[in-house]
Design a protein around this ligand. Structure first.
Ligand code: C2E
Ligand code: CA
Ligand code: CA
Ligand code: CA
Length: 280
């Protein structure tokens, strides 16, 4: 009984510690977001399966923490969403991507479209599309250079209004990608009404491709052929092996993203890849 009590106590203090760390991290996140110093983007190439060329890149946010090193978004995005800091974070992400594109253009590089992940709060923020329009116009960046990645869950319950916003974004010239496709409550019936340009098959389906478990194959095949019928570009996410790359040749898949074709890298390293692909 005594031991049980001690265990309980230990558990309690561990919980307190976790809660304390959480609170500290939130405070630090808040402080960092005042200026945005400490946030930077990594860029991961999207590669054409046909030509092997980089056709786009996804911008993935990182937090350079003063003592803890680089923190991944899996850790601080949920925190930002819970604490209402996500709008400020999304704003800094947009600014960072715009700045990086401007640098690349100044270096005379041909810039591929850059994909930005959108959170629900940003998407539903009043006047979001006009805001994006102004930002891009001020920076002299063509909207065609920006893809917005969003998950279907974002449209849940508010499909009609969501489709209206997406239509405005698309009319502006931005591209729209449906992220993590196949993991949410896909309502295939409204997919034809979403003005999306591409669909990203979630990593979980790709993972199983070179394993003895074949169950994800008919799902990949179905998503890919449906997307093709709808005129959407199909991206396979999280491709890590040659085996997966080879298997994907069996389906109507245009584009590959994953460690096999390229890790996320910093802006400067990524732009070296541009010159590389230009000189080919
Ligand atoms: P996501 O949109 O599904 O992004 C892809 C994630 O998979 C990235 O992790 C990327 O590094 C990782 N990945 C890419 N290829 C491979 C692979 O071959 N194998 C494996 N195991 N992983 C791979 P990351 O950068 O940690 O981002 C995690 C999530 O955080 C993203 O998932 C996205 O939902 C969110 N996120 C990232 N940046 C932003 C941002 O700027 N704003 C918002 N709102 N969310 C972001
Ligand atoms: Ca994404
Ligand atoms: Ca994804
Ligand atoms: Ca994912």
């Amino acid at each position: 009984k005594k031991e049980g009590r001690n265990t309980y106590r230990l558990y309690r203090s561990e919980m307190d510690l976790a809660a304390q760390n959480h609170l500290t991290l939130e405070t630090e996140l808040r402080t960092m977001l005042d200026t945005g110093d400490g946030l930077f983007m990594m860029y991961q190439p999207l590669v054409s399966r046909q030509t092997g060329l980089t056709v786009s890149a996804e911008a993935l946010v990182r937090w350079q923490h003063p003592t803890r090193g680089v923190i991944s978004p899996g850790e601080f995005i949920p925190l930002a969403e819970k604490s209402g800091l996500i709008l400020s974070l999304g704003e800094h992400v947009l600014d960072n991507v715009i700045r990086d594109i401007q640098h690349w253009k100044q270096q005379g590089l041909v810039v591929v479209p850059i994909a930005i992940n959108l959170s629900a709060a940003q998407f539903w923020q009043h006047g979001f599309v006009q805001h994006v329009e102004h930002k891009l116009a001020n920076a002299s960046i063509s909207p065609e250079l920006i893809t917005f990645e969003l998950t279907e869950s974002l449209l849940l319950n508010k499909q009609a209004q969501g489709i209206e916003i997406l239509t405005h974004l698309s009319d502006l010239g931005c591209r729209i990608a449906l992220d993590d496709f196949g993991t949410g409550y896909s309502s295939l019936s409204y997919l034809q009404h979403i003005p999306a340009h591409s669909l990203k098959i979630d990593r979980s389906f790709i993972e199983a491709l070179d394993s003895p478990d074949h169950s994800s194959r008919p799902i990949i095949a179905a998503i890919a052929s449906m997307a093709q019928e709808l005129g959407l570009t199909v991206v396979a996410e999280g491709v890590e092996s040659e085996g997966q790359w080879a298997m994907l040749g069996n389906y109507a898949i245009d584009t590959i993203q994953g460690f096999y074709t390229g890790y996320p890298v910093e802006a400067d390293t990524f732009s070296m890849g541009f010159t590389h692909s230009l000189s080919r």
